[in-house]
Design a protein around this ligand. Structure first.
Ligand code: NAI
Length: 350
């Protein structure tokens, strides 16, 4: 009995990229001789149109069951805000891992000079279920002027668990951790982050720790991305910094993510959204979703060898095949499906 994998394509380009990524997942599992119970379900707009619910009850039941197994996982495409926020808080998907490593064949796609891209290998660890996004909201009128507020809020245990997760990854990587904060302007919230960091540090004597203001980090990610290993931060800053990382690599469509809960239940999805500007045109890049399958093979299936092989297949495929977002002026762009087929073919020759 292998892991339970629920495939939730969603809407926009979600179904297009997930179709390709599912095909590759099944292909890899087949070749690896790994078992999984895979099922696919509508969420978001297609579900709403049919059932009146963004996340239909039967799908929620399936998710509850999968979340209760030792290794349940979701492969998610994209939806407009509903229902991804609900999934994140319902299953306490608190640790969002966003690795970013440039593919050698795609150096020219990055807006950065090639020497700045040399050696870039980042992991952004973003807290995902707290911060201002989930803070208390208030609006009112004062002397005829409207006002609005939304509270930035973090509990000590929420900070501690994301820092522990980041330390663990730093131990397994290049042992360098950067905490991104804004304690100068937001002293209570980020003062607490720094306090908890100081408490957690002694347990990881081999990890070199650095702290950096979020505004400085935004600049450094563009100027010196190779200087960082694991970057850990709050929900809001992680949101912004991972988008910058997407730009540094050349396309948002390249970036995968894994979001882990305390029980091991995990959700894998590309970093981008529904991309309404290109949905339905076959122009979507499936590599962020295929990269999310790679992360699933690593974390949920504990099959690092097969994950490495899939990563190698992607690196090989982009030597000759490019969707429009990563195509150079000389390249003839390919479709989402053609990119998937190229990865599959490369995988079979490795
Ligand atoms: P977006 O990520 O959908 O698109 C931003 C830009 O990146 C667009 O030009 C798009 O064409 C491009 N892009 C994104 N993914 C791509 C891919 N795989 N291949 C090629 N190009 C790609 O962000 P946007 O337009 O701000 O949001 C659209 C909708 O998606 C919104 O409703 C938003 O709430 C939702 N969204 C959902 C997410 C999720 O389901 N986890 C994450 C981010 C946004």
């Amino acid at each position: 009995e292998g892991p339970t994998v629920l495939i939730l394509p969603g809407e926009g380009i979600g179904p297009e990229v997930v179709h390709v990524a599912r095909d590759i997942l099944e292909h890899v599992l087949d070749r690896a001789g790994l078992d999984a119970a895979i099922s696919e379900h509508a969420v978001g707009r297609p579900a709403y149109e049919r059932t009146g619910q963004w996340l239909p009850d039967p799908v929620r039941d399936k998710l509850d069951k999968a979340a209760a197994t030792p290794c349940g996982a979701v492969l998610f495409g994209a939806t407009a805000d509903e229902p991804i926020g609900e999934l994140r808080s319902r299953y306490d998907l608190f640790a969002n891992l966003r690795p970013a490593r440039p593919l050698p064949a795609l150096r020219a796609v990055s807006p950065l000079r090639p020497e700045r891209l040399e050696g870039v290998d980042l992991l952004i660890v973003r807290e995902l279920v707290s911060d201002v996004y989930y803070g208390r909201r208030r609006t009112g009128t004062d002397a005829g002027r409207r006002w609005a507020g939304q509270e930035m809020y973090y509990r000590e245990d929420e900070i501690r668990r994301i820092l522990r997760c980041a330390f663990q990854h730093a131990e397994a990587r290049r042992r360098h951790l950067t905490l991104v904060h804004k304690a100068n302007a937001i002293p209570d919230v980020f003062g607490l982050w720094l306090d908890v960091l100081a408490e957690e540090r002694p347990a990881h004597p081999h990890v070199e720790v650095q702290e950096m203001f979020a505004d400085t980090m935004a600049m450094e990610l563009v100027l010196r991305p190779a200087d960082f290993d694991v970057i850990v931060t709050s929900n809001l800053f992680g949101d912004l910094l991972s988008e910058i990382t997407g730009a540094v690599l050349g396309s948002l469509g390249l970036l995968p993510s894994a979001t882990l809960s305390p029980t091991g239940f995990a959700l894998y999805e590309p970093v981008g959204g529904t991309a309404p500007d290109i949905a339905g045109t076959g122009r979507a890049n499936p590599l962020g979703t295929i990269g999310s399958v790679e992360l699933m093979l690593r974390h949920t299936f504990d099959a690092p060898r097969w994950a490495d092989l899939l990563a190698a297949a992607v690196a090989r495929a982009v030597e000759s095949w490019r969707t429009p977002d990563i195509a150079g002026p000389e390249d003839k762009p390919c479709t989402t499906e053609e990119m998937g087929a190229a990865v599959r073919e490369a995988f079979d020759t490795l």
